[in-house]
Design a protein around this ligand. Structure first.
Ligand code: TXE
Length: 419
């Protein structure tokens, strides 16, 4: 049980001005594993002022100095990898062995890459008789989600620090415990006060306050489309820069020139690319497009792959491939999409609604495959964010491309060919 009672502002652990707290749940059994302060707009104001005050000094540091801090943070994360992987597996449900590589590994990589980039980047270039100078944007607000919680934080914080920006971070209230590890490491490496600040709390209060705050020059957000729109609207009042990374409904096109072995390999790989992190991945390839003549083969292979290799289990168990989702809210959301797929007439190949057998505790759902999906069905248009794969038949390459592009999303994509 981790009871956090402080937030991090101006180089110090301080209490929130509010009195509320938010519970954090263990995805494997639904138990409370921690609490964090429900921060307030006043906390964001204090953090933004600290970041503003620290900005001129931090922006003026040498690139070597900024690289040194990023490297030290990477080392600090490296020393606590196992702890980070365990926390994120509890928060988000990814199998522990994979969490070590991805959830703990990627943040180390980000800080390491940022260190190298800070040193090698050309801040000044000459174009004709002009000198182009690249400067840090200022104070950056970072609002992050729960699916790859520390990776999403690192992917914003590391590069902002390297560029000479100062930061106000709001981690996801669903998966905030890993962010405390990072803040502790940042404190231990002695980053100058005010360069990094962390206010925990809800999106509606803390996220909104960051998006609105006039002293914050840019907001970088990853999360739902709904919240992204709220961030962009709130940010417009101060005309700050906004970077949004929202969802996806990406297509994986299997072309008709694949031989049987290639087709089987592509279908099995495609299941994995839809199911990684229990489908809680913005780039998940959730629409598999197959030649109509091979639809039955695709169903048979996908069913075998899911039933042989992707049965849900405790993510800490040996050989775990598919853990739970991150919250009861997501379980309800994913089950309601599965029900919609059934109601709208898609063919249920495997899975369905409800709890998998023997996994009544925790946020587990049944790994599901639908076939004969039409692209106008809800399950082909909306992001589900669970282990739910839709297989769609197509008649020609052009038709496949048209189906792939017939989506409000545009994040990712895959193509398999024998050539
Ligand atoms: O995310 P939220 P939710 C998608 C995915 C998922 C759905 C719902 O489809 O099923 O979103 O997830 C903060 N102003 N993705 O509702 O709420 C919030 O506190 C400012 C895809 O749980 O968007 C958290 O820090 N901030 C995505 C962050 O937004 C606000 C990853 C993300 O949570 C806010 C997550 C507001 N008004 C969900 N409201 C991806 N791209 O990978 C919330 N937040």
């Amino acid at each position: 049980m981790q009871e956090h009672t402080k937030i991090y502002i101006d180089g110090a652990w301080v209490p929130s001005t509010g009195s509320g707290s938010i519970e954090v749940f263990d995805s494997t059994n639904g138990e409370v594993i921690g609490t964090i302060p429900a921060g307030t707009a006043a906390d964001v104001d204090a953090a933004a002022k600290a970041a503003r005050a620290a900005f001129d000094g931090w922006a003026a540091t040498s690139k070597e100095e900024r690289a040194k801090y990023c490297s030290r943070i990477a080392e600090g994360l490296g020393a606590r990898m196992d702890e980070i992987a365990t926390i994120v597996t509890r928060e988000a449900g990814m199998p522990k062995w994979l969490s070590l590589l991805v959830q703990a590994g990627l943040p180390i990589n980000s800080f390491g890459t940022a260190a190298a980039l800070a040193e090698s980047y050309e801040y000044e270039t000459t174009v004709g008789n002009s000198l182009v100078v690249r400067e840090p944007v200022g104070v950056v607000g970072a609002i992050t989600p729960w699916n790859y919680p520390l990776h999403q934080i690192a992917a914003k914080v590391a590069y902002a620090l390297a560029a000479g920006c100062t930061i106000v971070l709001k981690p996801s209230e669903v998966a905030p415990l890993d962010a405390y590890v990072l803040a502790e490491i940042i404190h231990d490496v002695g980053l100058p006060a005010g360069v990094f600040n962390m206010v925990t709390g809800s999106g509606a209060e803390v996220g909104q306050a960051i998006s609105e705050h006039p002293a914050i020059d840019m907001v970088s957000f990853t999360g739902s489309t709904r919240a992204g729109k709220a961030v962009a609207a709130a940010a417009s009042g101060s005309l700050k820069r906004v970077a949004l990374e929202l969802g996806g409904k990406s297509a994986n096109i299997l072309l008709d020139d694949l031989d049987d072995a290639g087709f089987e390999r592509a279908v099995r790989d495609g299941v994995g690319k839809a199911y990684i992190n229990s489908g809680q991945t913005c780039t998940a390839l959730t629409r598999m497009l197959v030649p109509a003549a091979r639809l039955a083969d695709a169903e048979r292979i996908a069913q075998d792959e899911v039933e042989s290799n992707y049965q849900p289990s405790d993510p800490f168990a040996d050989g775990a491939r598919l853990g739970p989702l991150s919250s009861q809210t997501q379980v309800d959301r994913v089950n309601s999409y599965i029900q919609k797929g059934i109601d709208e007439g898609a063919k249920l190949v495997t899975g369905g609604t409800g709890k998998p057998e023997g996994l009544e505790q925790g946020y587990y759902v049944k790994p599901t495959v639908f076939s004969d999906v039409r692209n106008d069905m809800t399950i082909a248009q909306e992001e589900i964010f669970g282990p739910v794969l839709s297989i769609l038949p197509y008649d020609s390459d052009d038709a496949a491309v048209a189906i792939a592009n017939d989506s409000p999303y545009g994040l990712s994509g895959g193509v398999w060919s024998g050539d």
